[in-house]
Design a protein around this ligand. Structure first.
Ligand code: WTA
Length: 665
């Protein structure tokens, strides 16, 4: 030992120690990617068991994988006992207890930021876990979390996982009605919320929305309310309690138990509601073990995370991206994750660049819609912002157009940062197709190659596999042959719906609902949904859901909703509505008033995120003789097509098409 080190060591501040977390499964070259991929499809069970060895298990699994896609039945790491929070928190304490786990940047730039070290986060999670217990929450209970992007949201999520309660986070943009539907579906008896949430210049009254949601639902035992905005709230005696008070009680009594519930690898970890092509949103269920392994594996490989880096994912924790790449992926990898409360354009369009500059962010992961919206502000907001810390950029949620890709590459990454285009879904738990930053090739607007363990194929309408002849690029519906660890296990309370939705279209395959191209190198480009699901600003919305909401308005007779290309949102919502309200006072005002009434109804039923961009009032809809609405024609009209509407001869009343085209907005 160097005899001087004794004198040198004390001068090094403790927090600067960053003991590298080792990720022996981090792929470091294209060749290794290829051999790893090969190995993963030859022996999926053996491959993922090898990865799972790197986590903390209380008891090892006896069967790595059991599956069939007919029921479907997928089980990973059966017999394994664990708790995901021990992997996200406890196992880091010895080596990186003083390292920042979460850096939180508030909505108001002048408010103090907060940092929670791994030790502090662990402490708060254990404390809130005790609060949940004290309030009656037990393993397996569903807890609805409806909060803004504050550290307490992360704490609430992890505390649920700690005691084995199933969290169901609901995005703050959903209405009371949507929350109520989700509470009923999940049979949730507990809610964690805030008085309100800051979003740019707005202040969203979360607790009041919860109170509205609870008017028709009496299954609630406890609502825990965290103070954030100091918006006035009603606190019902016997039902509502304050987060702060409950935490203090636990702190004062010294009753916090660090114990984490022992979970079976296949026990549900969370439910996340997402839209499909029919009916109400469904509760996608993820299991503890497989989700943990896959979220971690993809975080480490796609972003090529290195110890000490600061990872900034701009998603909201109300969506799957926030679950996997703000919380579980980064924390299980001992990373520093940055959580941001605000919006990209407030107080100005330089907000993201300011944050990157302020914290020396290394990895920046956002949505194409945000990039396109910021592009619209030109280069001025980037001026004077030091983005030199950036090493990796990423996008998610919708196809990225080449123009936005190049703008991102040139202006944000300064042409020195690999961009990962990550394709995945709420149902997949983690990225399934993406380049690995700086390791496998990128191709603008192509998600490129599958992650290890992901066996893709393209099929035609009849489910026949499409194969390329020579170097041609082929198109088809994107399906998956075999399970990866974080595939959804079921849709909550309705397994048949899960089978119908994902495994019945093409028997024996998981169908993604997306169309894709594959080129001669095996690279994939996602072309968009082929079902009746829209992707608006990266948010999934079913056309049927929006139609149901519009149809709830008293004067509406019928409606049809389709998507249309939107320069910033990717897709916009176009609604064709038959309105009849001769005695309705608003019908005697302007059509705008009727349109606003309809918007108001959609906001009430689903939330502001589902508001149509265009509402065209029509006297009829194009229908076949059997009464089916011909959406294909409406889609073309909404897209601005004036000829080539396809065959209209089978229409009941071909004249209606002409009228609709004349009135196009
Ligand atoms: C779309 C978000 C193109 C796709 C993680 C998918 C994408 C749906 C990409 C899932 C991408 C997601 N390129 N399209 N990189 N990523 N999508 O459930 O249509 O909110 O089916 O999950 O978003 O949306 P979800």
């Amino acid at each position: 030992m160097n005899s001087y080190s004794f004198f040198i060591l004390p001068f090094v501040p403790l927090t600067s120690y960053r003991i590298a977390m080792s990720y022996p499964y981090q792929i470091k070259s294209f060749e290794v990617y290829q051999s790893t991929y090969q190995q993963s499809i030859e022996d999926p069970a053996g491959f993922w068991a090898g990865i799972a060895e790197h986590f903390t298990w209380r008891k090892k699994w006896h069967t790595a994988l059991e599956w069939n896609f007919t029921e479907p039945n997928v089980k990973w790491f059966q017999g394994g006992k664990m708790n995901i929070t021990e992997n996200c928190l406890d196992r880091h304490l010895a080596e990186r207890g003083e390292q920042a786990a979460i850096i939180w940047e508030p909505n108001q730039p002048n408010e103090a930021a907060r940092t929670l070290t791994y030790r502090e986060l662990h402490e708060q999670v254990c404390q809130f876990a005790q609060v949940l217990r004290n309030n009656g929450v037990r393993k397996g209970d569903r807890v609805c979390i409806y909060m803004g992007m504050i550290p307490e949201l992360a704490i609430a999520v992890l505390a649920c996982a700690r005691i084995g309660a199933i969290h169901s986070v609901v995005f703050g943009g959903f209405s009371a009605q949507s929350i109520s539907d989700r509470l009923q579906d999940a049979q949730a008896a507990f809610i964690v919320t805030c008085d309100g949430a800051f979003r740019g210049a707005k202040d969203i009254p979360l607790k009041n929305i919860i109170d509205d949601a609870l008017i028709g639902y009496d299954g609630i035992e406890r609502v825990i309310v965290c103070a954030r905005t100091n918006t006035p709230v009603s606190m019902l005696k016997g039902r509502d309690v304050w987060w702060e008070e409950e935490m203090n009680k636990v702190a004062e009594s010294g009753t916090t138990v660090n114990f984490a519930e022992e979970m079976d690898a296949e026990d549900p970890l969370f439910i996340l509601y997402t839209s499909g092509s029919t009916g109400k949103p469904k509760g996608v269920v993820h299991a503890c073990g497989g989700y943990m392994v896959y979220a971690n594996y993809t975080f480490v490989n796609v972003f090529q995370y290195q110890t000490g880096q600061i990872h900034f994912c701009t998603a909201d924790i109300g969506w799957i991206t926030g679950h996997s790449y703000i919380l579980y992926g980064p924390l299980s990898a001992g990373a520093t994750t940055l959580m941001f409360e605000g919006i990209p354009t407030w107080p100005d369009a330089g907000r993201f660049w300011d944050i990157i500059d302020k914290y020396r962010v290394n990895i920046f992961y956002t949505a194409p819609t945000a990039i396109r919206s910021l592009m619209g502000f030109g280069k001025e907001p980037l001026q004077g912002k030091d983005l030199s810390s950036l090493q990796v950029l990423g996008t998610v949620g919708e196809p990225i157009n080449e123009e936005a890709w190049h703008w991102y590459d040139e202006n944000v990454g300064k042409k020195k940062c690999p961009i990962v285009d990550t394709w995945w879904q709420t149902e997949t738990g983690g990225c399934l197709i993406s380049n690995l930053a700086g390791i496998t090739p990128a191709k603008p607007s192509w998600a490129t190659l599958p992650l290890p363990g992901v066996q893709l194929l393209l099929v035609d309408e009849n489910g026949n596999e499409k194969t390329a002849v020579g170097d041609e690029t082929i198109a088809g519906n994107l399906c998956i042959k075999a399970p990866w660890p974080s595939i959804l296990r079921t849709t909550y309370g309705d397994h048949e719906r899960c089978r119908q939705n994902y495994f019945a279209t093409y028997p024996g395959l998981y169908f993604t609902g997306d169309g894709a191209l594959r080129d001669k190198d095996g690279f994939y480009r996602i072309t968009g949904r082929v079902d009746d699901v829209l992707n608006v600003s990266g948010h999934r919305i079913g056309t049927a859901e929006v139609e149901n909401a519009i149809n709830m308005h008293a004067g509406v007779v019928e409606s049809a909703v389709v998507g249309f290309p939107h320069a910033i949102k990717g897709q916009g919502i176009y609604a064709f509505v038959i309105y009849q309200g001769s005695h309705d006072p608003h019908a005697h005002g302007s059509d705008d008033l009727i349109r606003n009434d309809i918007l108001q109804t959609v906001t009430r039923v689903i939330g502001p995120i589902a508001k149509p961009d265009k509402i065209q009032l029509v006297s009829g809809l194009p229908k076949t003789r059997s009464g089916k609405i011909m959406r294909r024609i409406l889609r073309k009209i909404a897209e601005g097509e004036t000829e080539n509407l396809g065959d209209t001869t089978t229409l009941l009343d071909p004249g209606v098409v002409e009228e609709i085209m004349k009135g196009k907005l």
